[in-house]
Design a protein around this ligand. Structure first.
Ligand SMILES: Cc1cc2nc3c(=O)[nH]c(=O)nc-3n(C[C@H](O)[C@H](O)[C@H](O)COP(=O)(O)OP(=O)(O)OC[C@H]3O[C@@H](n4cnc5c(N)ncnc54)[C@H](O)[C@@H]3O)c2cc1C
Length: 366
């Protein structure tokens, strides 16, 4: 019997398992992936997320992989360029193959039992309370029990579906996008964001001397864009001074990855014997690159709440309600701003003003 079983071992699941294990709790962490493993995601991290990696003793490991140290974002908003500020706090954009592997290893080192290549196939529910999971590693089936099963299993969360977690503040998906990796791409020691005229583009310098480049556009263009993805990406880059030339001189090293329009939502993140963290409990359009940071922060919050429950300091209900409120307060403002921006990717002067200031260090409630 474990204190917690965590399903999903990326930015939300591994830190949750690591922090619970560091507090002395018995944790099983499962993921159907084997790490290092990539996932459909670019990987710009905000200063808040970088700070958490530092506090957990993991930032040096990420930097040791050669992941470039970035300072600030050069924003070009409706054609107006705002230079990056070299005195801005450190940001990074480590490949997910790099970051997620470091997080899984840290959970294992902290004492969590980690089973890679293991799929959770069903929840064990008795008298309306989740008691554990049925899982399989290849042909090998197993049944494991815990005081709580935590779904850190992403947007399409299996745990959320099994328990019927209620969704709220649902926003229709209005954007789609594509991204790829490029070598020999000239760039500075900062991220680049271009927004306006119905599209957004970004450049994130990353591991192995490569840069991750992407374009996001309105959902209505998805079919037309898909007909010539490479040509349409280049055409989008060419609308921005220097980006077109720089990408024309760069060499694409990956296939082009795509994201179709998806709803944004909050899910009720707890119920009898279960809880949700990361994208499983809260999904927003990736436009502002907040998901990794949100997942790391919420891992800290849920691990703190569960530690209180496991040690008898607080009852399950109040502890988990506080976790939900903390999550919603930290994300509400950027959730609403993202939805506003994604409507037409053509921000008004008021919205531009908010963006020019950059995301707040800790977002207030919306
Ligand atoms: C195109 C795109 C670009 C993005 N760009 C950025 C960005 O630049 N910056 C940023 O901060 N965020 C970005 N995001 C968001 C970011 O990727 C997510 O917020 C983040 O990955 C959430 O982490 P997570 O651990 O909650 O879930 P995930 O990363 O989705 O991990 C879930 C894990 O659960 C496992 N799993 C699922 N079901 C099961 C099961 N039944 N059994 C076992 N394992 C299971 C999966 O294998 C997976 O490893 C982007 C997202 C997309 C789609």
């Amino acid at each position: 019997m474990y204190d917690a079983i965590v399903v999903g071992a990326r930015c939300a699941g591994s830190p949750t398992a690591m922090l619970l294990a560091r507090s002395g709790h018995r944790v099983l962490l499962v993921d159907r992936a084997n790490f290092p493993s990539d996932t459909l995601s670019t990987h710009f991290m905000t200063p808040d997320g970088v700070k958490l990696l530092g506090e957990w003793g993991l930032l040096d490991r990420v930097l040791a992989t050669g992941c470039p140290q970035l300072h600030g974002t050069r924003r070009t908003l409706q054609g107006m360029a705002l230079p990056a500020d070299p005195s801005d706090p450190l940001t990074i954009a480590p490949r997910r193959t790099v970051l997620d592997k470091i997080l899984v290893d840290a959970a294992r080192e902290a004492g969590a039992e980690v089973r890679e290549g293991t799929s959770a196939a069903a929840l064990i529910v008795e008298d309306g309370v989740v008691q554990g999971i049925r899982a399989h590693t290849g042909d090998q089936a197993c049944e494991e029990r815990a005081r709580v099963v935590i779904g850190a299993d992403g947007r399409q969360s299996f745990v959320a579906r099994q328990v019927g977690a209620a969704e709220y503040n649902v926003v229709q998906g209005t954007t789609a996008g594509y991204y790829a990796y490029f070598a020999d791409m000239a760039h500075g020691s900062y991220a680049e964001l271009y927004l306006g005229g119905g599209q957004a583009m970004f450049v994130f310098p990353t591991n192995d001397g490569e840069a991750c480049l992407g374009v996001e556009f309105q959902a209505g263009r998805f079919k037309e864009f898909r007909a010539d993805i490479e040509g349409n990406m280049q055409a989008a880059f060419a609308t921005v001074p220097t980006l077109g030339e720089r990408t024309a001189n760069a060499r694409r090293t990956s296939r082009i990855m795509g994201l179709s329009p998806h709803e944004s939502f909050y899910r009720k993140p707890f119920g009898p014997g279960w809880a949700l963290v990361g994208d499983a409990g809260y999904y927003r359009d990736p436009l502002l690159g907040q998901g990794i940071n949100d997942a790391l922060r919420d891992a800290g919050a849920i691990a703190g709440a569960l530690h209180e429950v496991f040690t008898g300091g607080r009852q399950w209900g109040p502890a988990m309600e506080a976790y939900e409120q903390q999550r919603n307060a930290a994300t509400g403002m950027l959730y609403n701003l993202t939805a506003l921006l994604c409507k037409d990717l053509d921000p008004t002067p008021e919205v531009l003003q908010m963006l020019a200031a950059g995301p707040p260090a800790t977002a207030p409630a919306g």
